[in-house]
Design a protein around this ligand. Sequence first.
Ligand code: NAD
Length: 335
Amino acid sequence: MVKVGINGYGTIGKRIADAVKLQDDMELIGATKTRPSYEARMAVEHGIPLYAAKDAEVFEAAGIKMEGTLDDLLAQVDIVVDCTPGGVGAQYRDVYKGAGVKAIFQGGEDHVTAGISFNAMANYRDAYGADLVRVVSCNTTGLIRTLYPLTQAFGVDNVFASLIRRSVDPPASKGSGVNFIEPSLKLPTHHGPDVKTVLSDISIQTMAVKVPTTLMHVHCINVKLSRPATKDEVLEVWSRTPRVRFVRGGDGVRSSAQIMDMARDLGTRRGDMMDIVVWEDGVSVIDRNLYYYQAIHQESDVVPEIVDCIRSMCKLQDGAASSMAKTNATLGLKG
Ligand code: NAD
């Protein structure tokens, strides 16, 4: 059993905690909090041992039982999943190294923080036995999930993607205006180069616009395929791709709102949708140009990738297929 700790129990951290608890080859030792928030109280209610990332006294004053400090947590684990806010993780890099534990960073950190960026399907073996790995962001994970199988099946000459981004996550009560559409003016945006940290040979450019919604991101993607393919051939490839799921506008799935309603109907924890969702009746092929729309549940799509990353770094499964199958079965994802 690999012993896992989580530094930063927020949007991603709490989901990793739940996912790790479902794996029979991993043990969740605990998670850190910085403040005695409602999330800290919920963690205690769910039996997750809490450790203070900073000041332990504030928790005692609030009546929340802590098991120790971050150092105490690091002393017990084989691997720590850093889920602190973007840019903060890099500051802990030397702390993790000093404690002699392996560490996974999130997409909010730069590639250089770990030197290896990860997606289970595309480069599981690159992380095998590694000490430091970064799991790419929610948007990058979504792009790789649908693009990688296209590179294998047809070859890809070029990709252009427009990302319609949620402004903040659902729990945020500040930072989200109600009347704005905000383009990212630094072009191309960082998302394309980020895909290349995993798929180094792909040619990709991206633009992005932030909109006042919290539920999901939506990508509008144009892929120039290397060889001609029909729409049915493309759909057949994705139908065999784990963690890529079809929905149909014809079934009334017109927007991210219905997708998240579907996720609640599926009965997933927190109503999460960890699969990448492609509108089947929104796929079109003209000459060698493939066009499609996909939706990304930003709070959860990286969770199965992080579970697989733990397996690769700790050498629990030799290859992506067996690790992904295990993760998919435990989290209820499309295999
Ligand atoms: P979050 O703000 O929801 O959670 C961060 C947690 O870290 C909070 O509990 C916060 O209290 C804690 N924290 C803050 N400073 C800390 C410190 N110095 N030490 C320890 N803990 C500290 O953030 P999040 O959305 O979970 O994002 C975490 C990482 O995951 C970021 O790199 C982000 O870019 C990446 N990510 C986020 C999303 C998303 O959409 N939310 C998706 C994919 C990846």
